[in-house]
Ligand binder design. Structure first.
Ligand code: FAD
Length: 314
């Protein structure tokens, strides 16, 4: 019996959330007294695959030539590979949300999403975030097999060097889905994995004013995000929209600039450890949720912030 973990890459490199899921799988394997097998379905180089051995993976199975985004093919392959695993671990990403439920039907497993804690015994019992992170639930799996989807930035990456073998195969069936395209955020860092997120709202008046948001993100090494209306009007790509109906942010620092703090926006960002709001309106709801607030005009405050951060960095 092994713990199987699904790995995801971006531009040929494993995502930070993958190393987090692998670390989680490795700690779970210790509790269950077994080993970790990783599955890669994305044509990743051997050099990249080898990195998994730093986080406790003893075997990686790399299956090539699957259409990107073909969650039906992916769930079929993982179901075939999981015959020897009672626990399958994913990061709680967009891709996992497409694959894990299909897999759960195929292998008759319980599927627990948004997981934030380890099980302490072979009776899988974990904590998960629920109600837009307003509550923490403790959930016990009563099925023989369990799929655990780990909330990004909730567990951490733990180094655990082991020797690892690589097994390769090719997928030959033609899938029922074809990947036609993808709209990505312009930022270099993924929003859901970022340690710092700089986010802009309708208070920024127009897309031409995003230069200072990007500059602030650049000096802080942050990802850029935005409120829903900003993406709806087309000022920023939808990939940057955060909130209840957008991406979920669990960063160390979330800076909200010209964002009112509507409940639907806060629902997606309130897992951040520290929140800072910059808003002209002292009554803006964001100030009730924020740890720090600056009542002021973003067009004055943000350039000053950038200047001061540059001074500190120099
Ligand atoms: P506004 O509400 O217009 O706020 C702009 C803010 O900028 C104001 O507080 C204003 O005081 C401030 N401001 C103005 N000028 C300046 C300046 N010069 N400097 C600094 N501050 C300034 N919203 C989301 O964001 N994410 C979601 O996922 C989401 N999902 C939704 C789902 C549903 C079902 C519904 C009904 C709504 C959803 N919304 C979502 C929309 C949400 O209710 C708000 O309408 C939205 O978040 C407001 O965006 P905003 O704060 O950018 O704009």
């Amino acid at each position: 019996m092994s713990v199987l973990v699904y790995t995801e890459s971006w531009g040929g490199n494993f995502r930070k959330s993958t190393f987090e899921a692998v670390s989680y799988a490795s700690e779970t394997a210790k509790v269950l007294g077994t080993e970790v097998v990783a599955v890669s379905l994305e044509n990743v180089s051997d050099e990249e695959l080898n990195k998994l051995s730093n986080y406790g993976v003893s075997k990686v199975i790399s299956v090539e030539n699957i259409n990107k985004g073909d969650s039906q093919a992916s769930s079929k392959i993982i179901s075939d590979l999981s015959s020897d695993s009672n626990v399958v671990v994913f990061s709680n990403t967009h891709t996992a949300k497409m694959i894990a439920p299909r897999l759960s039907v195929k292998i008759n497993a319980s599927c627990i999403t948004n997981v934030i804690s380890l099980t302490s015994s072979s009776e899988i019992t974990v904590n998960r975030k629920s109600f837009s992170t307003k509550a923490i639930e403790t959930v016990k799996s009563n099925a023989e097999k369990t799929i655990l989807c780990i909330a990004p930035n909730s567990y951490g990456v733990i180094v655990n060097n082991v020797s690892m073998s690589i097994e390769k195969s090719e997928f030959s069936e033609s899938g029922s889905l074809t990947f036609e395209g993808q709209e990505t955020s312009s930022g270099k860092i993924s929003i859901s994995e970022a340690e710092i997120v700089v986010s802009g709202g309708r208070g920024l008046k127009g897309p031409e004013n995003w230069g200072m948001i990007e500059e602030l993100a650049e000096v802080l090494g942050a990802a850029t995000a935005c409120s829903k209306p900003v993406a709806d009007i087309g000022w920023r790509p939808h990939a940057e929209h955060v909130g209840q109906t957008g991406k979920v942010v669990a960063s160390d620092l979330y800076i909200a600039i010209g964002i009112s703090g509507a409940i639907q926006h806060l629902a997606g960002v309130n897992s951040s450890k520290v929140m800072v709001a910059i808003n002209t309106d002292p009554e803006a709801p964001f100030f009730k949720a924020a740890d720090y607030g600056i009542v002021g005009d973003a067009f004055e405050v943000v350039p000053k912030l950038i200047e001061e951060i540059k001074k500190i960095k120099n």
